[in-house]
Design a protein around this ligand. Structure first.
Ligand SMILES: [Zn+2]
Length: 94
């Protein structure tokens, strides 16, 4: 488990460390659910994200803590198979 020490601001905000935002592709506008355990432990659950590669917010799949859209997954799968048409996806971004 990773652990960070952070202070609450006057307005009640806590800044997520940049290294954590980078690692998990967290960006402005990301939505979270806040849960509090019986013992007072506060948990943040990511509820909505965007594709790490293209920024799409639809058809998001979470894998290894990162979110990728179905379009980018298809493109990566095509490239992994060595499909000739994979390069066509690159020019359109999908
Ligand atoms: Zn994408």
């Amino acid at each position: 488990m990773k652990s960070f020490n952070k202070k609450i601001s006057k307005s009640g905000s806590i800044t997520l460390p940049a290294s954590l935002r980078r690692e998990y592709g967290l960006a402005e506008g990301e939505k979270f659910k806040i849960e509090v355990d019986k013992d007072g432990t506060i948990l943040l659950h990511r509820t909505q994200g965007h594709c790490l590669f293209c920024g799409a917010e639809e058809e998001i799949v979470t894998h290894a803590g990162r979110q990728v859209c179905a379009g980018c997954i298809s493109m990566m799968a095509a490239k992994a198979r060595g499909a000739e048409y994979a390069d066509e996806f690159d020019s359109t971004g999908r």
